[in-house]
Each structure stands twice: as structure tokens, then as C-alpha cells.
Design a protein around this ligand. Structure first.
Ligand code: HEM
Length: 435
């Protein structure tokens, strides 16, 4: 058993840090070209990161002991926004229990019950688009997905409370600053400057969410409600109120932040790709008219493959452990690269092509992992795919888009996602009769 880590750049960690932050995607691609599917880099403030781009390594990681290869620990940077009990930052039994309680709200039938509301929200937004003028699709997609999360997930029907909650949670998200990068959060979380800066916005968001929880509890129609908050309250009450109100606040903030920008970005990329691929656009339009879910789903999957929303996921070693023939010290980060997996020619022949048909063929595409892997795979994956299908279908039925031979939009980092550099600018050529 080797005690060394996989190979990687010989440059100092300062030089690597500089190159990484200058352009993370380019740095990772270069290292992959030079060192292959498994390489080690040293980047402040993360420390040692072993990138994984090989199918077998990712499979091994999925089967590894989750109490050693910890995702919550790797995601701990998000704790100051999401809260200590967020499903995203916890590990072990607490994670398994919280996830099990939340899961039923995100299963197929529960999500299908949400479709009509998603459609109404989409239609209201699309009604504001102007024909013949360039539209930045990304902010529209964000508005739609924020509304969907607020209504379908948080059950915020009251327009005034909805707006106050949205403002408070988005303010909390935007309270980021250079303080976030200061070390010491793991040792002194309560005294860390980044935490102190967020205390007031977080308290404000909590107070509003507690109001919303209380309003739901006293709703005589709680049993009939289909929103995720109602399902969480029912599930927790059935288990003797196992989840505290504070924990429920943490999950609601997590769902809003994890669910809205990601879905919006995926949809924006989908449009950006479609207007540059007229044949695919024509087929997608026909699929929308005929309500052919299979082809629309394939378009969405291919967009999520070709333009990753989240470039990688993280696991951090809670103790020294063996992996892929290496003995890795405690604290090592393992980052399966979604971006590299999605551009592998083994998994996806001609990966540069935008070809939804690859998702129509039989057989699972094991390297397709836009929603992450294993016991931490995105809780909202079905929700996101159904919402994307509803929004895409509505857009294609309502609008005929101008196709373009403009160069592809660049991918620009934003929070944990990569968004289209021109906000997925498209032009509606005309309204269609199917609208
Ligand atoms: C296209 C849209 C989306 C993408 C690309 C996406 C991607 C991801 C990824 C990569 C992870 C990390 C998985 C891992 O560590 O292996 C994740 C986790 C998560 N996502 Fe999503 N997501 C999307 C939409 C949503 C939506 C709509 C929701 C909820 C409404 C959601 C809720 C969550 C939660 C709660 C987790 C944490 C799961 C856990 O740690 O057990 N996501 N997502």
C-alpha cells in the first residue's frame, strides 16, 4: 500500500492556489490532461484535494464507509448560512435519519402532485416576455424556480409573507464576504467573523420561517396540503416531533438555496444549447406539442451533461483511510469531478456534441452524475427534473425561438454553480398557436 497521494503539480501550494482561483475549470482540465483520472492538488483554503475522474474510483467511493468519507464535513463551509442541522452539512446517523424523513416529500408521486402549480407559475412568468427582443433567460428561470420553491416547497401562499421570506433568505445568501475565507471556522464557529456577520440576517430568516411553520401547524387543512413543509411536519409529528422547529428552519433554507439557482441554471443552459442546435430544437418543440416526456427529459439530461451546473462534489476523510491503493491522511478531500466525468469519451462518445438521443438508448449512463452520488445524491433530483420538464414544455409550446450561430456562452462561476456568461440570451421570434 502506497503512503503517497496520487500525482499532481509540483508547484508550491501558493502557485496552485493562484492558478486554481484564476480559472478553476482550466486548472482542473490541465491537471487531468497531465496526470490522468486521479490527481492531487493543494489549494487554499481547502487543503489537499484528490480529484477523481474515473468511473471505477467514483463507484468505489459510493461503496465506501460514509462515516469516514464524509460529505457533511466537506460541506461544512455552508453551515454558517444553512445552519448546523441542515441535511447538507450533517453526517452519520443524524444525516440518515433527517434524509429519510425528508425523502418521501421528493418521491415521484409527491412531485407529480406539484406539476399544476409549477405550470401556473411558469405561465405567469412567460406572459411577460416580449416578442422580437433579446431576453436574458437566466433571471426569468431564477424567478420561476424561486416561486416554485416558495410555493411548492415552503407552502408560502400568503403573498406578503412569501415576499418577506424570499427577501430574508436571499439576503442571508448574499451576506458573503472575504471573511468567509478566514480560517478557524471549525475550531471557533460561534466567534468566526463570517458567522457574526450573518447572525442578524439569519435570525430574521428564522423568525419568518418559524411564523410560517406555526401558520402551517394551525392550518385545519394541513393534512390535505401537498407542499414539502406540510409533509415534513406530518412526518416529524408522526415520529413524535423528532425534528425540532430549528432543524426544520435549517432544512427550508437549505431547500431554497440548494434548489432554486441550480434548477434555474440548468434550464438556462438548456435554452442556450437549444437555440444553437436547430434540429434538436425542432424535435424538442414537436415533443412539447405531443407531450412526449421521454424526449424532453433527454434534452434536459443532455443539457445537464454538456453544461454542468455543479462542477464537482466533495467528501472529506474523518480519519486516515485507504483508497485506490493509496493510504490517505485524515482531512484529505476527495472530489469526484462531475465535469470531467461528463466529458469522458468512454462514457459519452463525442462529448462536445449536444445530442439528447444518447439518453434515448437503452442502458444506464453510469457517468451521468449531475446530481452527485451515493447516499448524498441530490434530494431534489426528481423535483428538479420534473420542474425543468414543465418549464421547458411551456416555453416550447408558447414560443418559437430564433436560432443562432453565435459562439457558445462561456461558463462563469457563481456561488457553487456555473452560469451562462450572457445569462442565456435568447429571442422569441413569434408566439405559437399551441400556447
Ligand atoms: C438541476 C438542479 C439541481 C442540481 C444540478 C443539483 C445538484 C446537487 C448536487 C451535485 C448535490 C451534492 C450531491 C453529492 O454530494 O453527492 C446536491 C445535493 C442536494 N440537493 Fe440538489 N441539485 C439540483 C436541484 C435541487 C432541488 C430542486 C432541491 C430541493 C428542492 C435540491 C436539494 C438538495 C439537497 C437537500 C441536497 C443535499 C443532499 C444530502 O446531502 O443528503 N437540489 N444537489
Amino acid at each position: 500500500m502506497s503512503t503517497r497521494l496520487p500525482p499532481g503539480p509540483a508547484a508550491s501550494s501558493w502557485a496552485q492556489t493562484w492558478r486554481y482561483w484564476k480559472s478553476p475549470a482550466e486548472f482542473v482540465r490541465r491537471c487531468h490532461g497531465e496526470f490522468g483520472d486521479r490527481f492531487t492538488v493543494r489549494v487554499w483554503p481547502f487543503g489537499t484535494i484528490v480529484f477523481l475522474a474515473g468511473h471505477d474510483d467514483v463507484k468505489t467511493l459510493v461503496r465506501s464507509d460514509a462515516s469516514v468519507f464524509q460529505a457533511g464535513r466537506s460541506n461544512s463551509f455552508a453551515e454558517m448560512v444553512l445552519g448546523r442541522r441542515s441535511v447538507f452539512v450533517i453526517d452519520d446517523d443524524e444525516h440518515a435519519r433527517t434524509r429519510a424523513l425528508m425523502m418521501p416529500a421528493f418521491h415521484g408521486k409527491a412531485v407529480r402532485d406539484q406539476v399544476e402549480l409549477m405550470r401556473e407559475i411558469t405561465a405567469a412568468n412567460l406572459a411577460t416576455w416580449q416578442v422580437g427582443e433579446p431576453v436574458r433567460a437566466l433571471p426569468h428561470m431564477q424567478a420561476i424556480s424561486l416561486e416554485v420553491i416558495s410555493r411548492n416547497v415552503m407552502g408560502l401562499d400568503d403573498p406578503e409573507r412569501k415576499e418577506r421570506v424570499q427577501t430574508a433568505v436571499l439576503r442571508l445568501l448574499r451576506t458573503g464576504s472575504a471573511f468567509d475565507l478566514l480560517p478557524g471556522y471549525d475550531r471557533f464557529p460561534r466567534l468566526h467573523p463570517a458567522r457574526l456577520r450573518r447572525k442578524r440576517p439569519r435570525d430574521r430568516a428564522d423568525a419568518l420561517l418559524r411564523e410560517q411553520i406555526a401558520a402551517h401547524r394551525s392550518d385545519p387543512r394541513l393534512d390535505e396540503r401537498t407542499d414539502v413543509l406540510a409533509m415534513l411536519l406530518r412526518a416529524s409529528d408522526a415520529e413524535g416531533g423528532w425534528m425540532s422547529d430549528q432543524s426544520i428552519c435549517d432544512q427550508l433554507i437549505t431547500l431554497l438555496l440548494a434548489g432554486h439557482e441550480t434548477t434555474a441554471t440548468g434550464l438556462a443552459w438548456c435554452l442556450e444549447r437549444l437555440v444553437r442546435h436547430p434540429e434538436v430544437l425542432a424535435k424538442a418543440q414537436q415533443a412539447a406539442d405531443e407531450d412526449d416526456h421521454t424526449y424532453l427529459d433527454a434534452v434536459i439530461k443532455e443539457a445537464l451533461r454538456a453544461r454542468v451546473v455543479v462542477p464537482e462534489v466533495g467528501r472529506k476523510l474523518s480519519r486516515e483511510a485507504e483508497f485506490a491503493g493509496y493510504r490517505m491522511p485524515a482531512g484529505t478531500n476527495l472530489w469526484p469531478s462531475i465535469e470531467l466525468l461528463h466529458s469522458s469519451t468512454d462514457g459519452f462518445p463525442d462529448p462536445e456534441d449536444f445530442r439528447p438521443d444518447r439518453f434515448l438508448q437503452r442502458g444506464a449512463l453510469a457517468d451521468w452524475v449531475p446530481f452527485g452520488i451515493g447516499n448524498r445524491r441530490c434530494l431534489g433530483a426528481t423535483f428538479a427534473q420534473v420542474e425543468s420538464r414543465v418549464v421547458l414544455r411551456e416555453m416550447l409550446r408558447r414560443f418559437e425561438f430564433e436560432v443562432t450561430d453565435a459562439p457558445a456562452e462561456s461558463a462563469v462561476p457563481r456561488h457553487v454553480t456555473r452560469v451562462p456568461g450572457d445569462f442565456a440570451t435568447v429571442t422569441v421570434r413569434r408566439l405559437r398557436s399551441a400556447a
